[in-house]
Unconditional design. Structure first.
Length: 398
């Protein structure tokens, strides 16, 4: 029997279901309890790691964490001209306090993983503390760690050279990529001497968009929209503080510009699509009410929003543009995003420019997006899940 440890990621459910149907004798272990519950709900036996941690393990983890913290607090810190003095001060004065509530959890995690010793680790990212710790254990234990990214990371004005953002870290040993752009993106971020096996499998989260039936009239009816007036979906965002360049007011400025463009275009029906994990939804509602703009604002119902739309405008280079491109039939635009892709119109966060764009393209036939999809998403056949599952099966073979 093989053990597979996986992180919490919706598309992994279909991957696990494909493998389970092949009776490979896989024992499923989950980093987080909710993922184990989701697998159990589709009749796949699974256990969270927490179920295997004993009181003795917790005591050992506390001791090991304390020893590590002592080494950290008493250790040498960088004294480099490229490191800001405030960073050095934080490392010297506050790093121990920052790590204290986290170190025991990470130590217990690695200790439990080491005892269970899975045969493969499946992750949707390898940069967060939990997932990176498991990926690092896998490298040390010479266990394959397959990273299936939860998104295609895209170029933007808020990302500089490789090595300046947490997403640039590569810890896994094996990597599935959506297409040629993502393959090149990761290849340029490898450290000297680092090994990483990369395959263009496509990403499972894009599979449903290939065969998803589109019914614009029904989508507008379900959303309570007028079937005869154009619909513009604005995909907003939330502040990404994994890079100091991401700490700006661009999200608010762009949203304000879009709402002002709506004032200048009274014939359109605006729908504001929030990120499903965003915490700034009420701020979007408050500003729309303050500016007296009637619109739908939702963090859910992505499919219905895109089915209903004539136009999609995203803040920055969002993956929602890729999902819309796979669906097809929409005019695509992005504020400060996709400057090298003619299928997507790049806009400035200025009300008049957004207004001119909407008035220029509404009513025209949407351009083809085959080149855009091939670059960022790979083969448009809806079989990425099958290819990922096949690679897992291959990696589990002796």
């Amino acid at each position: 029997m093989s053990k597979v440890l996986l992180s919490q990621h919706g598309p992994f459910l279909k991957v696990a279901k494909l493998l389970q149907a092949q009776n490979l004798g896989i024992e499923w272990l989950c980093l987080q309890p909710p993922m184990a519950k989701l697998l159990q709900d589709i009749d796949i036996p699974a256990q969270p790691l927490a179920a295997f941690a004993s009181p003795e393990d917790q005591g050992t983890a506390a001791i090991m964490a304390a020893r590590t913290l002592v080494k950290v607090v008493m250790g040498e810190f960088p004294n480099d001209k490229h490191v800001h003095p405030a960073v050095i001060r934080f490392l010297k004065e506050n790093l121990g306090g920052y790590l204290y509530p986290r170190m025991m959890d990470l130590t217990l995690l690695v200790q439990t993983v080491d005892r269970l010793h899975p045969d493969l680790v499946l992750l949707h990212n390898d940069v967060e503390p939990l997932t990176r710790s498991v990926a690092a254990w896998a490298r040390h234990a010479k266990v394959p760690c397959l990273h299936v990214p939860h998104a295609v990371y895209l170029d933007s004005p808020w990302v500089t050279a490789p090595g300046t953002d947490v997403h640039d870290i590569i810890t896994a040993s094996h990597l599935c990529v959506a297409g040629p752009f993502q393959k090149e993106w990761y290849s340029t971020r490898l450290s000297e001497g680092q090994t990483l096996e990369i395959r263009e499998t496509g990403l499972p989260q894009f599979d449903p968009w290939v065969h998803l039936p589109t019914n614009r009239a029904l989508a507008r009816q379900l959303l309570g929209l007028d079937a005869n007036r154009p619909v513009v979906v604005y995909a907003s965002s939330w502040r990404q503080d994994t890079n100091l360049l991401g700490c700006h007011d661009g999200i608010e400025e762009a949203y304000t510009a879009f709402l002002n463009a709506c004032k200048l275009s009274p014939g359109i029906q605006p729908v504001v699509k929030l990120h499903p994990r965003a915490t700034n939804g009420q701020a979007h509602v408050d500003l729309a009410q303050k500016m007296n703009i009637g619109c739908i604002i939702t963090g859910q119902h992505l499919e219905m929003c895109l089915h209903a739309a004539d136009v999609l405008i995203s803040f920055g280079p969002s993956n929602i543009v890729l999902e819309a491109a796979i669906q097809g039939g929409l005019h695509l635009a992005s504020i400060e995003g996709f400057p090298n892709d003619p299928e997507v119109t790049t806009l400035k966060p200025q009300a008049q420019e957004i207004t001119d764009y909407m008035q220029r393209i509404i009513g025209n036939v949407a351009p083809e997006t085959h080149t855009l999809v091939a670059k960022y998403c790979g083969v448009r056949d809806g079989k990425a899940t099958e290819r990922v599952a096949a690679w897992i099966k291959e990696l589990l073979q002796p």
